[in-house]
Design a protein around this ligand. Structure first.
Ligand code: HEM
Length: 438
């Protein structure tokens, strides 16, 4: 296509920004489904700065272009696409900090390589996870309804606090883990969320000071100390403030995402006896002894397929990867001007019958032995910024799903619910469950 035949921004509604934003925020998944029906595979929503324009200062034209086909994603994630993940993420999350999500280029690549060993480098957190699962499941009430999402959030908060801040005193880690859900849960107001955010950063500041030295003296290690070591080795970008923000961001992104995805996985499994039987057959008695043997979580192919299928049907956001256009970007015959935000809309792609047969059916088998096309399955985003915690997240979720189901008899109260906004993510509307000892 020549430049002359390229079209401008794709079609979309022409209501004022406030109305479009309110419609999107009230029901993100419903909104993108409606837009796809009305405007096709590529559409523009005028969402302004998602309400964050007072917090960050980026040149943005207010247009959010939603990509809903794998071939469109290739343009978005091409290494030479003139886009910035940092600018888009600043706008999306409303934060001008310099942790990994908010930097670009060489600095971004270096930071990712510093985080890689902890989250995708095969580091084994099985002992931390299995111990936490035992402690938490023992506290879940027996024979009474309880909220699974809240219980899983408490569990994944404890685990990520141990992984990222393991060398800190037990009481400090418990305090960090307790603060995390307060930044995320729907029952808290925006002011309370902002206060909790500030409180946790200040708390981390206090406990990060001298942390690496204390870890070395005690012969322990964690992600925070590793970052401080990179700073001491000469990485000038890692100021005390940036290390603090990096630790904060890992804690924050590392607990609710997995609690969320796990809630969907549990609810889907509990709603489908066939899937449940197959899962239980694979799990067998792997988790019957303590300490849980190292190999218990190996080769759990069906458990992995269940998790992939849960993430396919229920991605954590309607905005599964956002990039700000810096150099005009051509997507599907449209030239998108600088200042446009392009959005990877996994929710639509992963429910499209062109990509998955019977897309609304929960069928883990579709992931068994089949190669996964990263432009079709995009639960962890894509390109150079694909989720840095995905290896760790999968390992953690695998152990939790398998071990909980092996430990207790569980049933959900009611069918698989709709999704609702929960903090910045989409979570199941209701997650009431009942457990009994086996
Ligand atoms: C089921 C669990 C999770 C899901 C579905 C998920 C999903 C995502 C998605 C969609 C992105 C955006 C990627 C992009 O822009 O292309 C992302 C980025 C990120 N995630 Fe995750 N995530 C999960 C767990 C975690 C965990 C456990 C951690 C940390 C311990 C983590 C840390 C991050 C970070 C730091 C980024 C920013 C990466 C960058 O900009 O380079 N995530 N994640």
């Amino acid at each position: 296509m020549t430049t002359a035949t390229l079209r401008g921004l794709p079609p979309g509604p022409d209501e004022p920004v406030d109305e479009q934003l309110a419609g999107f925020e009230a029901d993100p998944f419903g909104c993108v489904e409606r837009m796809t029906r009305e405007y096709g595979d590529l559409f523009t929503l005028r969402l302004g700065g998602l309400g964050n324009e007072d917090l960050v200062d980026v040149e943005h034209n207010g247009a959010w272009v939603f990509l809903t086909r794998p071939d469109q994603l290739r343009a978005m994630y091409a290494p030479d696409a003139g886009t910035s993940g940092a600018l888009a993420n600043q706008l999306f999350f409303g934060t001008p900090e310099e942790s990994v999500g908010y930097i670009d280029g060489t600095l971004h690549r270096r930071r990712r390589s510093q985080l890689h060993p902890a989250f995708s480098g095969g580091r084994d957190y099985a002992a931390i996870i299995t111990t936490a699962v035992d402690e938490h499941v023992a506290r879940w009430p027996r024979g009474e309804r309880f909220d699974l999402f809240t219980a899983l959030q408490a569990l994944t908060s404890d685990i990520i606090a141990e992984v990222v801040c393991g060398g800190m005193p037990t009481g400090v880690k418990a305090e960090i883990a307790a603060m995390l859900p307060r930044m995320e849960n729907a029952k808290y107001s925006r002011d309370e969320v902002v206060a909790a955010d500030r409180e946790l950063r200040a708390y981390l500041d206090r406990h990060l000071s001298g942390h690496r030295q204390r870890c070395d003296a005690a012969g322990v290690d964690d992600v925070s100390a590793a970052l401080q070591r990179h700073a001491e080795a000469g990485d000038e970008a890692l100021t005390d403030e940036v290390v603090r923000d990096e630790v904060f961001s890992l804690l924050y992104t590392g607990f609710s995402t997995t609690a969320n995805a796990l809630s969907w996985a549990f609810l889907e499994v509990l709603a489908d006896q066939r899937v449940r039987d197959r899962l239980m057959a694979e799990i067998g008695d792997r988790f019957a002894t303590r300490p849980v043997p190292g190999e218990a979580a190996k080769d759990l192919d069906y458990v992995d397929a269940v998790l992939s299928e849960a993430l396919r049907l229920h991605p954590v956001s309607a905005l599964n990867g956002v990039r700000m256009v810096v150099e005009p970007l051509v997507v599907d015959g449209h030239e998108l001007p600088a200042g446009t935000v392009v959005v990877h809309c996994a929710h639509v792609i992963q429910r499209d019958p062109r990509n998955y047969e019977d897309p609304l059916v929960f069928r883990p088998e579709r992931f068994l032995g089949a190669p996964v096309d990263p432009y079709v399955f995009g639960a962890f985003g894509g390109g150079a910024r694909m989720c840095v915690g995905r290896g760790y997240a999968r390992a953690e979720m695998r152990v939790i799903l398998a071990m909980v189901l092996a430990s207790v008899d569980m049933r959900a109260v009611g069918p698989v619910p709709a999704a609702r906004q929960q903090g910045i993510f989409m979570a199941p509307e209701r997650t009431e469950c009942v457990v009994e000892d086996r």
